[in-house]
Ligand binder design. Structure first.
Ligand code: ZN
Length: 413
């Protein structure tokens, strides 16, 4: 989607502010000879920026306003290296809450709702974002933070929470507990706002069914305010993203070429009005596409398809691009199989071909051989690649509190 005139003028203002601030990006733009933008062609000349830049600028090198304007920082940890620090002005904090309140409204949540917030509070943007949006909307926030399932269920019953905000894993855990304890009749949940992870349709269907609620995916990342910059509506799948605050592009992650609407690639976001830490053409590494056309719900905000994965997670077998999420989807469709899995990729030098091996877990009541055949057939029809499949008993594969490594590529070994 081409940038519109209003957005272009806002980017021009941002660039001029950045140059005047003398921050990290002012040096980058000076070196690149960028002084402003008057056209889409000018905009396309602005170099992309990445999390690596934010690390280079650690701790406050991207700050574009004087210290007295900064009211808060947030931080994203990342899996390796230095954390990233994002400074916010009072207006940034308020703009974020406005966007988040909009998300709640799009999900049909009103000031009469009681919103139980289970994402964490602290340096990261999760809990506090859900809370600020809730207060902006005028709903009642129940700021639980993560964990302590006993207390979560108690508050859910006593306060009659109508909305649960959680990661998909925690929503799943709560759904299982409510089911196990037979509490379903005592809870009043109607909607779930689920953030921060990509999740499979099977998991989504399970949570929706077990809790009897509607689910909404909230999108966001610490570098760009935090969660709450987009949400899916009741109309169709796909998330509306707020184009009065952000300009969104989809690029080919390998070449950096901007892709037309409907084509899948990496999301790149430009903040149009952010003051504390403006980012122009920030590569998110999240994979999605812009949905063409108007949404049935009537909202004109552009839409992104559900995040498919991270461009960093992509792997290639027989020249076919694949994501762990596609394997997860397939596992979710086979009876008795758990969501844990491992993928090993090797190269058979004699036959000069790639070999893909999926190890998955299944419970004892299913036939492992038949389950492996079913998985193979699904992979063949969906991915055009036939893997070797090994089925092992439940709890054989290692579990991790953090992000589990799923793909092991031995081709360079
Ligand atoms: Zn819509």
């Amino acid at each position: 989607m081409k940038i519109n005139q209003t957005q272009l003028e806002l980017v021009d203002k941002q660039i001029k502010r950045i140059l005047a601030s003398g921050n990290y990006y002012s040096e980058v733009y000076k070196r690149a000879g960028i002084t402003g933008v008057n056209s889409y062609e000018d905009f396309l000349k602005i170099p992309f920026t990445d999390k690596a830049d934010l690390r280079n600028a650690y701790p406050l090198g991207i700050q574009a306003v004087p210290d007295e304007k900064i009211v808060r920082i947030h931080s994203s940890s990342g899996t390796t290296g230095k954390p990233v620090i994002i400074p916010y002005t009072a207006k940034d904090v308020d703009d974020w809450a406005t966007m988040f309140a909009r998300c709640y409204e799009i999900a049909g949540i009103t000031n009469k709702d009681r919103i139980q917030i289970t994402p964490g509070y602290g340096l990261w943007t999760a809990g506090i974002g859900f809370q600020a949006g809730c207060e902006k909307l005028g709903a009642m926030a129940i700021p639980m933070g993560p964990g302590n399932t006993e207390k979560q269920l108690q508050m859910m019953i006593d306060l009659q929470s109508t909305v649960i905000c959680a990661t998909s894993s925690y929503a799943l855990l709560l759904a299982e507990e409510i089911n196990r304890r037979g509490l379903r009749d005592r809870i009043k949940l109607k909607k779930g706002v689920i953030g921060s992870e990509r999740w499979s349709d099977a998991k989504r269907a399970f949570i929706a069914r077990e809790l009897g609620i509607e689910l909404y995916d909230i999108y966001g990342l610490t570098e760009i305010y935090g969660p709450g910059i987009g949400i899916n509506c009741t109309g169709e799948t796909g998330m509306h993203v707020f184009d009065d605050y952000l300009y969104t592009e989809i690029i080919d992650p390998a070449t950096g070429e901007v892709l037309p609407d409907g084509e899948e690639g990496e999301i790149v976001i430009t903040t149009l009005v952010k003051e504390g830490a403006p980012l122009i053409r920030f590569r998110t590494h999240d994979l999605s596409s812009i949905m063409p056309g108007q949404c049935h719900c009537g909202l004109s905000y552009p839409r992104l398809t559900t995040i498919k994965g991270r461009s960093d997670d992509m792997f290639k077998v027989h020249g076919v691009n694949m994501f762990p999420s596609q394997i997860e989807e397939i596992l979710g469709e086979v009876d008795g199989v758990s969501s844990e899995y491992k993928i090993d990729i090797a190269h058979d030098d004699l036959k000069n071909r790639d070999i893909m091996m999926i190890t998955a877990e299944a419970d004892g009541r299913v036939d492992f051989q038949k389950t492996a055949e079913a998985l193979k057939a699904l992979c063949k029809s969906r991915l055009s690649v036939t893997p070797n499949v090994a089925i092992v008993s439940l709890n054989t594969l290692p579990r991790s509190e953090k992000k589990t490594q799923r793909v092991f590529d031995h081709r360079g070994d």
